[in-house]
Design a protein around this ligand. Structure first.
Ligand code: PLP
Length: 390
């Protein structure tokens, strides 16, 4: 087949670099290499038993048929209750759409809002898929560079400067992948004020909500005012907080018209998220939350461990992340392109990391700490060796 005959839509997007690093590391392991994986984006712990049991029970009971496209009513209600309890946000269950992962939540939201040529403002470093999703919808990603010294956060002034008459949406991801940055209420209020003035839709990706450390707490931009709730689509998921990456479960919470549009899109693309998996998600929200607290405490220990080690390396710089489970390490001193740097790290030092270019910053690498302390210890030791050798 002639590859040029593929749709122009697909020809302008690149494959996911994060997934490709992970599969490269897997292939090396299959050939007998010991590879220290600091590239992953998923907790290494297993899904809690009560969640697995609830899905297994649903399966046994024959809950194996189509559900409403936007999800089973009990789960939509439980999500609305969660948003009220945790975020002080009132939503009707009909404003919730259960999706096949946080990824589909974001894609649905962009597809429901953006037309050909619309502009979507994305602060960099960004999660790898946002610009590609925007392009797949025929819209144009407008990247706003943020700086390490400002905690990798977009200011309201930068947002305002990036706006044009074509701006339709802005994407805020807090806590952030890859930097771990968390926007404060004041910072969100300032961005929200600009968005409100021009009626810009805010896609607020809150998938790392539960992974915050120290004093910093997650705030949803939708909490700040009713007006902002009316402009925001929250994209969320079960993958990170409950270690349910393979279950493919997420959701959107949106103003009624947008929620209906999202459900309509989903009804013609994938229909419902897997029926029995939805019962697992219900148990995740309504059951004990000790798993989430334990995981957060455990990751805090690893975060401090890695930060202590990286801070002592003279030729890299790094912020202490406030959330998620990544370090975004500034490696500008090496003068290497980030892909080249990660290839060297993988092939010579057997450490898998993700090149910063995947997140729109070519002088950094992302190191994940959602892995065991043993792997982290050896992986960081090898990273230190790399830094000494360069
Ligand atoms: N949003 C962000 C910021 C992410 O990092 C990820 C996954 O890595 C997702 C969304 C998608 O999550 P899911 O696995 O639920 O599709």
């Amino acid at each position: 087949m002639d590859p040029d005959s593929l749709s122009s839509r697909v020809q302008i997007v690149s494959p996911s670099l994060t997934l490709s690093v992970t599969s490269q590391a897997k292939a090396m392991r299959a050939q007998g290499d010991e590879v220290y994986g600091l590239a992953g984006g998923e907790p290494e712990m297993d899904t809690p038993d009560h969640i697995k049991a609830a899905a297994a029970k649903a399966l046994q009971e024959g809950k194996t048929k189509y559900t409403p496209a936007a999800g089973i009513p009990e789960l939509r209600e439980a999500i609305a209750e969660k948003l009220l309890k945790d975020n002080n946000l009132a939503y009707e269950p009909k404003q919730i759409c259960v999706t096949s992962g946080g990824k589909q939540a974001c894609m649905n939201a962009i597809m429901a809002m953006c037309d050909e040529g619309d502009e979507v403002i994305i602060p960099a470093p960004y999660w790898v898929s946002y610009p590609e999703m925007v392009r797949l919808c025929g819209a144009v990603p407008i990247i706003v560079e943020t700086e390490e010294k400002n905690g990798w956060k977009m200011t309201a002034a930068q947002f305002e400067d990036a706006m044009t008459p074509k701006t339709k949406m802005v994407i805020i991801n807090s806590p952030n992948n890859p930097t771990g940055a968390i926007y404060s209420r004041e910072e969100l209020a300032a961005i929200g004020e600009v968005a409100t003035y021009e009626d810009i839709i805010i896609l607020s990706d809150e998938i790392y909500e539960k992974l915050t450390y120290g004093e910093k707490k997650h705030v949803s931009i939708a909490e700040i005012s009713e007006e902002l709730q009316g402009l925001t689509v929250i994209c969320h998921g079960f993958a990170k907080a409950y270690s349910m990456t393979g279950w493919r479960l997420g959701y959107t919470a949106a103003p009624p018209e947008l929620a209906a549009a999202i459900s309509k899109i989903q009804s013609h693309t994938t229909s419902n998220a897997t029926s029995f998996a939805q019962y697992g998600a219900l148990a995740a929200l309504s059951g004990p939350q000790t798993f989430v607290d334990d995981m957060r405490n455990e990751y805090d220990v690893r975060r401090q461990f890695v930060h202590g080690r990286l801070s002592a390396v003279s030729n890299v710089s790094v912020n202490l992340p406030d959330g998620a489970f990544y370090f975004f390490v500034n490696c500008a001193a090496f003068g290497l392109k980030s892909q080249n740097l990660c290839d060297k790290l993988l092939n010579r030092y057997k450490v898998a990391t993700v090149p910063g270019i995947a997140f729109g910053n070519d002088s950094s690498v992302r190191l994940s700490y959602c892995t065991t302390l043993d792997v982290l210890n050896e992986g960081i030791t090898r990273f230190e060796e790399f830094c000494r050798d360069h």
